[in-house]
Ligand binder design. Structure first.
Ligand SMILES: Nc1ncnc2c1ncn2[C@@H]1O[C@H](COP(=O)(O)OP(=O)(O)OP(=O)(O)O)[C@@H](O)[C@H]1O
Ligand SMILES: [Mg+2]
Length: 493
């Protein structure tokens, strides 16, 4: 397991929600600053200044939207810059903030943009990406609301396919699952059969339904009709970019061309997945989704501009610094408030919150072009993390590392316990490694933990269900040897 795999960064460009299912919408902006801070406290240790700053900035957006119009235009958006070394919680704070209440959240590396006219992504693409994320978010919400109905409808359709109405006297489906229930009733008197047919069908259907629900028919094959997106790959698409307009153009074409359907033989479980999606698509009103998504992107959207310092050169520079300045200039209108055209419609960026982050080891915020400095008036520094922070980070957050390992080990029927002095020892070693090698902040805990528990994780489940007891001796035994070896340490910890 690499340290990356464990990073709780989730899918790269999505906000972390504490529940996987959409919550009732607490509008993020309706939380007061102190409520926001206490929510953030559940996941992030320390960094009080940063938490406070994001809470104020967010609340200011809410306030700005409520002052009367004339004044509103006078109040500049309150974006902020998080300054701090790697692995101290900059991304985590922004992501959790968005996750608090289903705000569309986009994280982009500022360094991936290049100046207009150069090859690379144009800055407006981040607003289009934010809208895409918002659409997915709202659609997921709406699908969740109709999940049950869609499930029932999909089930009916599968039953229909297993026992078509058009076939009055069904051949009993063949297969290994209790064929006897499909045996047709006694054949005999004609009129009796007439009447019995419907009833029998109904009975058979109910029995089928039961088998279906019990998961006994999952592997049976049925033929379903699936719609296919028209293939435009071979068609002429204007060369270049692949971004922005061209991309919109491709999708537009896809929507315009008639959808082809194709019959396919699939297993019941596959059919359920396909039909469920089909029913969801029918039940969710996409126009409404688009409206809501545009609204949420505009009013609640958060764009996290990572590595902003990489587009800040030392002032008065030449060569690459000039093009960096160009990127800053391109960012200006978006951050200030402008209208960006997306495939779902126009989006105003006035209220979108921009949170920039960077280490600013070389360039300083004051090296940014003055106009951009004015748009990021709030600057807050995050502290580098020490031994005491690590002790807390290991165990206090809702998603604390030790809890994650406990949960994983429990899946094998075993248990793991960490004594307090073992936790202190882990924190001490992590701090020492950060000092000796490179300070990678809380990420160090990930590498230390994987090394510490490698044997344990390898030996389960064969090692049995005895409780695994982690005390300082255990930690010393696994880590001290490596941490004393200058060569090993660089590769392992
Ligand atoms: N103060 C903290 N409290 C709890 N966990 C933290 C804290 N700081 C960092 N972490 C954990 O460390 C990992 C990295 O943090 P994060 O992604 O926020 O770093 P960053 O400050 O954005 O660094 P970079 O500049 O490298 O992007 C995350 O998994 C996060 O959960
Ligand atoms: Mg980060």
């Amino acid at each position: 397991m690499t340290s990356n795999a464990l990073e709780s960064q989730g899918p790269p460009e999505q906000a972390l929600t504490s529940e996987s299912e959409p919550q009732d919408l607490v509008w993020l902006d309706e939380l007061t600053p102190s409520q926001i801070v206490s929510e953030l406290d559940k996941y992030i240790i320390g960094q009080d200044d940063a938490k406070k700053a994001v809470a104020i900035v967010l609340r200011n957006r809410w306030r700005r939207q409520r002052v009367e119009e004339e004044m509103r235009h006078e109040i500049a958006p309150n974006n902020l810059i998080l300054i701090g070394p790697t692995g101290v919680g900059k991304t985590e704070i922004a992501r959790r903030l968005a996750g608090l209440a289903g705000a569309p959240f986009l994280k982009v590396e500022a360094s991936k943009f290049t100046e207009v006219g150069y090859v690379g992504r144009d800055v407006e693409s981040m607003i289009r990406d934010l809208v895409d994320i918002s659409i997915n978010l709202v659609r997921a919400d709406r699908e969740y609301e109709v999940q049950e109905t869609a499930g029932k409808r999909a089930e009916e359709r599968i039953l229909e396919l297993l026992l078509p109405v058009s076939n009055p006297d069904p051949e009993p489906p063949t297969g290994d699952e209790r064929p006897h229930i499909f045996v047709a009733g006694p054949t005999g008197v004609a009129e009796e059969q007439e009447e019995g047919v419907l009833e029998r069908r109904q009975r058979t259907r109910e029995k089928l339904r039961k088998l279906l629900i019990d998961g006994k028919l999952e592997d049976r094959e049925i033929e379903i009709e699936v719609s296919q997106a028209p293939n435009i790959e071979g068609m002429m698409i204007p060369v270049g970019g692949g971004d922005g307009l061209d991309h919109n153009f491709t999708e537009m074409l896809q929507d315009m061309l008639p959808k082809k359907t194709k019959r396919r033989t699939v297993s019941v479980s596959e059919a359920r997945r396909i039909l469920l999606q089909d029913e969801l698509d029918k039940l969710v009103d996409m126009d409404e989704v688009v409206n809501e998504a545009l609204y949420r992107a505009e009013e609640m959207g958060i764009v996290f501009l990572d590595e902003i310092d990489k587009v800040v050169g030392l002032r008065g520079g030449q060569g690459p610094d000039v093009s960096r300045e160009g990127v800053q200039r391109d960012l200006l209108p978006i951050v200030e408030g402008s209208t960006v055209s997306t495939k779902y419609g126009l989006v105003r960026t006035d209220h979108i919150l921009f949170i920039a982050a960077g280490a600013f080891h070389v360039a300083k915020p004051s090296d940014m072009i003055p106009e951009l400095q004015g748009r990021f008036p709030v600057r807050v520094e995050l502290q580098s993390l020490g031994e005491e922070d690590f002790v807390r980070i290991l165990q206090e957050p809702k998603n604390a590392l030790l809890e994650q390992y406990r949960a994983m080990i429990e899946t094998e029927g075993a248990k793991i316990e960490f004594t307090d002095d073992a936790i202190a020892e882990i924190a001490r070693i992590a701090t020492e490694l950060n000092e000796r090698l490179e300070n990678i902040g809380a990420r160090r805990l990930q590498t230390v933990m994987t090394t510490l528990l490698e044997e344990v994780l390898f030996k389960l489940p064969e090692a049995g269900t005895d409780a695994i007891h982690v005390d300082p001796a255990f930690v010393q035994d696994r880590l001290a040897r490596i941490s004393e070896d200058e060569d090993l340490i660089r590769y392992i910890l």
